[in-house]
Design a protein around this ligand. Structure first.
Ligand code: NAD
Ligand code: UDP
Length: 338
């Protein structure tokens, strides 16, 4: 009998790599797959270097059902953490079919294989984007959902599909994790977020300004009804997020049924507050320019983390200073990424 294993799709990506470190350090046998469409093969060696353990890695696409089937047959996989997918809101607007193919069809293919192979525990990467423009904050999991772009729609469709699957076959145990704004890096500085193009997200953009790759940060909007007029979000350290996946796996292995939880800190931080914290952590001034609001952006979004605490015994531990310090160490040590 082989050791129980977890299959991680998108294992070499930003959140996947940090979660693999956590899994290995907590005794899991990890089987990772990725097609490297948004990551580097170098990541795997670095995960193993940090964890001081090896993982099994396979270059594969989640849409390749025979490759996934074969893995399930070779290994004693008990659960899957499904990170693989495309994640850029702006790209999803110009290439909607790529997003539906990868995120929706890819998930259908993966789920079909798991169904056939008898794997019934799944952790799915969803996003706070499914709340659209929340009516109230902090946002609880019962808040209405909506999508304003193809990326968000792809997440919502998969969430709905999972809910239908659970109805049809209650032996499935599915954790849907709605992430708020993941930032930071492992404190070793060996792994972190490595955007291929100009970053869309705030923290990687600030980090590239600090390291000299970009000359200024454009602050999108200064007239929101927030503490200083800039947008407010719930930034969460990627290692806290990674621990949330372990807590979800533990819950699935010990309790029947499925659940949806927010993974956030419950604290709202403005763009200007994030800039000030990054300047403090890095010792670099971040030149900023106030520009018009970015289309589709909302004023304020932060999580109620109460359900995650009650159900998983999980809460975020790291503060904004730690997020910026760790993000900066990664960026400074790897100015051009992997
Ligand atoms: P990422 O792009 O760094 O990682 C995703 C990984 O999946 C990449 O390594 C990519 O090469 C791989 N991949 C993509 N399509 C694939 C396919 N068809 N087959 C195999 N591998 C494939 O992104 P991330 O930030 O680590 O995000 C992980 C998940 O979390 C995604 O599903 C994303 O939508 C979701 N999410 C991310 C954020 C965020 O801000 N980073 C927020 C909410 C939700
Ligand atoms: N933001 C900004 N300049 C940038 C990128 C982002 O001012 O170059 C702001 C954005 O308007 C929002 C916040 O930073 O208020 C977080 O944006 P991000 O894209 O990281 O997350 P999301 O909006 O998807 O929650």
């Amino acid at each position: 009998m082989t050791q129980p294993s977890v299959l991680v799709t998108g294992a070499s990506g930003y959140i996947g790599s940090h979660t693999c470190v956590c899994l290995l350090q907590n005794g899991w046998h990890v089987i990772g797959i990725d097609n490297f469409s948004n990551s580097s093969p170098n990541v795997i060696r670095r995960i193993e270097q940090i964890a001081q353990r090896s993982m099994s890695f396979h270059l594969a696409d989640i849409r390749d059902s025979s490759a996934i089937s074969e893995l399930c047959r070779q290994q004693n996989i008990t659960a899957v953490i499904h990170f693989a997918g495309l994640k850029s809101v702006s790209e999803s607007v110009s290439k909607p079919l790529d997003y539906f193919d990868n995120n929706v069809c890819g998930s259908v293919t993966l789920l079909r294989v798991l169904q056939q192979e008898g794997v019934r525990q799944l952790v799915f990467s969803s996003s706070a984007t499914v709340y659209g423009e929340p009516n109230t904050v902090p946002v609880t999991e019962d808040a209405p959902t909506s999508a304003t772009n193809p990326y968000g729609r792809s997440k919502l469709i998969v969430e709905q599909m999972l809910s239908d699957l659970i109805q049809a076959d209650p032996t499935w145990r599915i954790a849907t994790l709605r992430y708020f704004n993941p930032v930071g890096a492992h404190e070793s500085g060996l792994i972190g977020e490595d955007p291929r193009d100009i970053p869309n997200n705030l923290m990687p953009f600030i980090a590239q300004v600090a390291v000299g790759r970009r000359h200024e940060l454009r602050v999108f909007g200064d007239d929101y009804p927030t503490i200083d007029g800039s947008g407010v979000r719930d930034y969460i350290h990627v290692m806290d997020l990674a621990r949330g996946h372990l807590a979800a796996l533990h819950r699935l292995s010990t309790h029947a049924g499925s659940f949806t939880v927010n993974l956030g800190t419950g604290r709202g931080i403005s763009v200007l507050q994030a800039v000030a914290a990054f300047e403090q952590a890095s010792g670099h001034t971040i030149p900023t320019r106030r520009v018009a609001r970015r289309s589709g952006d909302i004023a304020t979004c932060y999580a109620s983390p109460a359900r995650a605490a009650a159900l998983l015994g999980w809460q975020a531990e790291y503060d904004l200073d730690k997020m910026c310090t760790d993000h900066w160490r990664w960026q400074r040590n790897n100015p051009d990424g992997y």
